[in-house]
Structures are given as C-alpha cells and as structure tokens.
Design a protein around this ligand. Structure first.
Ligand SMILES: C[S@@+](CC[C@H](N)C(=O)[O-])C[C@H]1O[C@@H](n2cnc3c(N)ncnc32)[C@H](O)[C@@H]1O
Length: 278
C-alpha cells in the first residue's frame, strides 16, 4: 500500500485535520477505512487511495478523515482538571459572572460530548439554579458524525460507567430504552458546532476556560504551534487552558506558560496579554 497514492493520501489528511500519518501508521488504514472501501464497491484500501488520488471527492476525503480520527473520550476524563475547575476556578469565576457577562467555556475537539457534559455537571453542581443563566459552553469538533452523537446526548451502559459516579448517573441521566439520556438542563448550557482547529479562532470570542485535550497529540509540531497560538488568542486575559495529560507546550509557543502546581493547566504569558491589549 505504501507508495505515491499513500503519500498523497497522508498529505490530504494532514492538511484537513492535522492528523499525522506515516508508513508506521499504514496498518491503521485497513481496519478504519474498511466500511468506506465496501461502500465505494472497491476491492481494498489500495484501490480507495488510488481513487482518491485520481478523482478526489471532498466528501469522500472527509469520510476518510472522520474514520481515521480517534474519538476516544469519557466522562470526567483524567479527574484532576475537573476537580480544579470545580473547586477552585468556577467559584471565583461565577462571582463575577451573570446574565450580562456570561462565563464562557470552550471544549475544543469535544468528540461525542462526554467532556462538555462533564463541564456542565461541574458547573451545575457549583452554580446551582444560576448555571444555565450565567454560563455557556461551546463544544466543537470537526467531525459531523461525532457531533451528531454528541447532540443526541445518548450513552450506552459502557459509556456512562466510564467516569460517572452512580450518584451523578442517577441525578443527570434518564433511562431511554437501552441507553441513558443526558438531562435537558445540561443540554441547554451547551452549543455544539462544527469547527476545525486548523481554521483559526476568528469569530469565536474570548473564553474564561478552554479544554483542548487529547487532540494536539496527533498533530505535527508546526500545527501544534499554530493551534496553541490561536488558543492563546481565544483565552481571556486571566483565562485557563487545559491540555491533555500527554500534551505539552514546551518549545512550541511563547504565548502560553504552564501554571505551577497544576498539571495540564496553562495561562497567557504577560507578553501575550500586552500584545493582545495592543
Ligand atoms: C481523542 S478525542 C478527544 C475528546 C476529548 N477532548 C477528550 O479528551 O476526551 C479527539 C477529537 O478531536 C477531533 N479532531 C481531530 N482533529 C481535529 C481538528 N483538526 N479540528 C477539530 N477537531 C479535531 C476528533 O474528531 C476527535 O473527536
């Protein structure tokens, strides 16, 4: 399979998604693209890559990108960031927010919705009845199929068992046939929207908290740098950015610095705040 069609395909995928594929990832393609190969009536993955090179169709390329992206997520993933947000950041931020100055949270690369729902639960548990009035959560991903799942707000037994305590499950989810449905009060705080991290942050506004976790890990250094600089632009001056536990800004940006004592938490540097102020 390795050859000009494969190289062309890897370039296309990287341009559209940031996802770095190389010969060492070729084994992934067979399993993940199997359904597309079948739907296209083709013999194998090599034939699909040849078709994409000879007659590229944007919707077919997007389907491949969706199939190759890792959508793994879980409720309250990694625990510590949510503890910090709930116990330390939210109480301070909620004191100064209200209907006229909503607290703004962005879950960038939100996958199937567990992360924004965990945020919405943390906010409700802290702000109580004022949560919907005072807080908005923007949840974005570039994959339409995964956003459709997030918007549906339905989770299997397996999914709710990953990260939700029995108390939270009972309080925030209702049985719906074989699945669990997230409570309407949570859904009302979250706006799901399609957004590609490689396309900048223009028009999104400033956020008090951004979670961009477990996605930069798939990008090359140049794209990580671009996205980190954009995330810094989208942070309010005293905003907090959370990256995944395996992700770092080291050697990538001057706009952000690690917050001492809080793993995965980054803030704007004073230089970046001055630049933003013009
Ligand atoms: C592994 S999941 C992480 C989900 C969640 N943030 C978490 O930590 O549980 C990565 C998500 O990033 C999305 N993604 C990958 N490349 C993207 C891009 N260029 N722009 C926006 N989303 C992207 C994928 O569709 C996938 O849903």
């Amino acid at each position: 399979m390795i050859g000009p069609d494969f190289d062309h395909f890897c370039r296309l995928v990287a341009e559209r998604s940031g996802l770095v594929l190389g010969p060492e990832k070729a084994y992934l393609l067979k399993g993940r693209l199997e359904n597309i190969v079948r739907a296209e009536g083709l013999a194998d993955t090599a034939a699909l890559l040849a078709r994409i090179r000879s007659a590229p169709r944007p919707e077919l390329i997007q389907k491949c990108v969706d199939a190759l992206a890792t959508h793994e997520s879980s409720f309250f993933r990694d625990g510590a960031p949510f503890e910090l947000i709930k116990n330390s950041l939210l109480p301070a931020l909620l004191k100064r927010s209200g209907p006229a100055r909503k607290l703004r949270i962005w879950c960038a690369a939100c996958s199937s919705g567990q992360e924004p729902l965990s945020m919405a639960i943390a906010v409700h548990e802290t702000a109580g009845a004022n949560a919907v009035r005072d807080v908005e959560i923007l949840a974005t991903d570039f994959s339409e199929p995964i956003l459709a799942k997030a918007r549906a707000g339905l989770y299997s037994d397996f999914e709710v068992r990953r990260g939700l305590s029995p108390e939270r499950l009972q309080r925030w989810f209702q049985r719906d046939g074989e699945t669990w449905r997230a409570d309407e009060q949570l859904a009302r705080m979250i706006t799901y929207r399609s957004h590609n991290l490689l396309k900048g942050v223009a028009g999104l506004g400033a956020f008090d908290i951004i979670l961009c976790r477990n996605v930069l890990i798939y990008f090359n250094a140049d794209r990580k740098r671009l996205v980190l600089d954009d995330l810094a632009k989208a942070l309010s001056d005293d905003g907090s950015l959370f990256l995944g536990s395996a992700e770092t800004i080291m050697g990538l940006t001057e706009a952000l610095e690690a917050s001492p004592g809080a793993r995965g938490l980054y803030r704007k540097t004073s230089q970046e705040r001055r630049l933003a102020a013009g």
